[in-house]
Ligand binder design. Structure first.
Ligand SMILES: CSC[C@H]1O[C@H](OP(=O)(O)O)[C@H](O)[C@@H]1O
Length: 389
């Protein structure tokens, strides 16, 4: 079966699925410059912490491949690359994958400069090193997600002694699947793996107001993959746990992350914190699925995380495909409609921070991290070399 692909890349060409048109239309935009990538990320045509980092890295790789860098000396080449990356870094501030990827790419370019200074083709060596490092971020992300799926499913199986005869149900928030990554997904990757192992009874996904990544994207992915699933509004989670936790064997809320800081506090899509509180109240495990590229050891606690605030129209207006009088969706026509008095004041933080004490496990590609006896997460077991960042 075909899988959903948010990013299609071959050297010199980057295509990005326009997620604003989903689920009704499948349209890829060609992204060939840092400016186009910035716009694509800022306007949420691509979204999801890993996917944002990959698009930024590869868009710059494409422009370098296409000869946009007119620098001649190694120093100028490095300055050009770093300037473009610093510009891209500002596209969305909360997800740390982007700034981690940028640090890595700068290191790759500088390492080539050090090796090639005396070399007549030093510029070419720097460009190649950058392009290879960017392509490596794409390849590694897919491997990472598959591993997250395996580790997360194993941890949950163990917690509940889940078997195909007694499978688990889970709830997820926002979109963390193939569309938010290079493939498979993080939180949705665990759900996909549980399903493949016949350990999943049912997946619930929230609408994820205000941008509706859950109803637009996750529900689309779940249906596409044939995973038994139900969409709820964000405000229905408490009732779901109260009324159906036992009957449906709801064992976990599984979410992705935009930034996990040193003490385990986790920034993720607005509404995540509320789900963590509800999960604790109802005895449901709360699991964060995140590649190590989403971990930020330089920030001590959630207090230090900058939260992106987005425009009021995301709450007061909505767009989608037009539904005809016959009740059929007309995918060729879209409309934007107002759903609130346009004069109302609006607060629209895109993310919230879930305190680490409400998190039971953080699943990375290198294993599942749980709190020690002191109630603290210790990431050294999954991040040894990144302590040097
Ligand atoms: C694996 S995606 C991580 C993260 O990205 C999403 O943010 P956005 O839709 O704003 O780009 C969301 O918070 C996901 O959990």
């Amino acid at each position: 079966m075909a899988t959903l692909q948010a990013i299609k890349y071959s050297r010199g060409k980057l295509l990005v699925l326009d997620q604003l048109r989903l689920p009704h239309e499948h349209h890829y935009d060609e992204v060939s410059t840092a400016e186009e990538a910035f716009d694509c990320i800022r306007s949420m045509r691509v979204r999801g912490a890993p996917a944002i980092a990959i698009v930024a890295a590869l868009a710059h790789a494409v422009e370098l491949h296409n000869g946009n860098c007119t620098a001649t000396t190694p120093e100028e080449t490095i300055a050009y690359i770093e300037g473009r990356l610093d510009f891209l870094k500002e596209s969305r501030p909360t997800a740390v994958d982007l700034s981690n990827a940028i640090s890595l790419l700068k290191l790759a370019a500088r390492a080539a400069k050090l090796e090639g200074l005396a070399h007549p083709e030093a510029k070419e060596a720097i460009l190649s090193s950058y392009i290879e490092a960017a392509e490596n971020i794409l390849a590694r992300d897919l491997e990472n997600n598959t591993s997250i799926g395996t580790h997360g499913a194993a941890w949950l199986q163990q917690q509940y002694n889940a078997t195909p005869a007694r499978p688990l149900s889970v709830l997820t928030h926002c979109n963390t699947g193939s569309l938010a990554t290079s493939g498979h997904g993080t939180a949705l990757g665990i759900i996909r793996t549980l399903h493949a192992q016949s350990l999943l009874k049912h997946a619930y996904c929230t609408e994820t107001r205000p941008y509706n990544q859950g109803s637009r994207l996750t529900s689309f992915e779940l249906v596409f993959e044939g995973i038994p699933s139900t969409l709820i509004t964000d405000s229905m989670a408490a009732a779901l746990f109260h009324l159906h936790r036992e009957r449906m064997n709801i064992g976990a809320v599984i979410v992705g992350a935009d930034r996990v800081v040193r003490n385990g506090d986790t920034a993720n899509k607005i509404g995540t914190y509320a789900l963590a509180v509800l999960a604790r109240h109802h005895g449901v495990k709360f699991v964060v699925a995140a590649p190590t590229t989403s971990i930020d050891l330089e920030t001590e606690s959630g207090e230090g995380i900058k939260i992106e605030e987005r425009k009021p129209e995301e709450l007061t207006q909505i767009s989608g495909a037009v539904v005809g009088d016959d009740g059929k969706v007309d995918v060729t026509r879209t409309a934007r409609v107002a759903i609130a008095d346009q004069r109302i004041g609006v607060w629209n933080p895109a993310f919230d921070v879930t305190p680490h004490d409400l998190i039971d496990a953080i699943v990375t590609e290198r294993g599942t991290v749980v709190k020690g006896a002191d109630g603290r997460f210790d990431f050294s077991q999954v991040l040894p070399e990144r302590w040097r960042w």
